[in-house]
Design a protein around this ligand. Structure first.
Ligand code: PGA
Length: 254
């Protein structure tokens, strides 16, 4: 975290939430944001597609940002079951997560596809939150930096800037497991990612681009993680499903 990069606390609800509990969660986050006054961080929620409109209504005017969890590479067309970035924008979204490891694994998404999705997000005027991260086997084999370097090179499209792009470093083995790398390990990877980004987007944009940490971030570990020099916030799964915990992570980042 540095004064020049505004902290982003981003919630990824994944495939959780029906009408009533999704709206209740969004309303609770919005209330906290409104009563929190002027906070030194951005807060974003990414509900499942089915809840985007309802969540939009629930958070309207609160300053809480809205994101999707995935998008197609195209604008419209014969793509049954897919949602375009333009559609998310039309519903009032500010951002979209692309390349989450659950999509890379469950849907065989390659970095090339992730870059095309990020590009589509940019085209629609959305911030692309591009996820990268190594598996446990890759970490054990000493390939952490190689894997993340390759994912930056392959997943960050031309035209990416500090304004339209956020990187989320999420070690796959830390997601939903309660395990995290040490703070030193997190800082090492984030600094490396920023250096790799500089090769793609130039030093100025890389220096201003937010790099979030994700993977078992909780109120108890958020302060130390977000205090790290090259960590600019968090992408939070489990703890974003509880408004008190999610807000506590924002507070811990101050
Ligand atoms: P987690 O998920 O916070 O539940 O580990 C993070 C993520 O997958 O974005």
């Amino acid at each position: 975290m540095t004064a020049t990069r505004r902290t982003l606390i981003a919630g990824n609800w994944k495939m959780n939430g029906k009408s009533a509990d999704g709206v209740a969660l969004a309303t609770a986050v919005a209330e906290k944001m409104k009563s929190g006054g002027s906070v030194p961080f951005d807060m974003l929620v990414s509900p499942p597609f089915t809840l985007i409109s309802k969540v939009y209504d629930a958070i309207k005017g609160s300053g809480v940002l809205l994101g999707g969890q995935d998008c197609h590479t195209g604008v419209s067309g014969a793509n049954t079951g897919d949602i375009s970035a333009e559609m998310l924008k039309d519903l009032g979204c500010d951002a979209v997560i692309v390349g989450h490891s659950e999509r890379r694994t469950d849907h065989n998404e390659s970095s090339e596809l992730v870059a095309a999705k990020a590009s589509a997000a940019h085209g629609a005027g959305l911030i692309a939150i591009i996820c990268i991260g190594e598996t446990e086997a890759e970490r054990d084999a000493g390939k952490t930096l190689d894997v993340n370097g390759a994912q930056v090179a392959g997943s960050v499209p031309a035209g990416s800037t500090a304004k339209n792009t956020v990187i989320a470093y999420e070690p796959v083995w830390a997601i939903g497991t309660g395990r995290t790398p040490t703070n030193d390990e997190v800082q090492e990877v984030h600094a490396f990612i920023r250096a790799e980004l500089a090769k793609k987007v130039g030093a100025d944009e890389a220096g201003a681009m937010r790099i979030l940490y994700g993977g078992s971030m909780k109120p108890g570990n958020a302060k130390d993680l977000i205090a790290l020099k090259d960590v600019d916030g968090g992408l939070i799964g489990g703890a974003s499903l509880n408004a008190d915990d999610f807000w506590a992570i924002g507070e811990a980042s101050k």
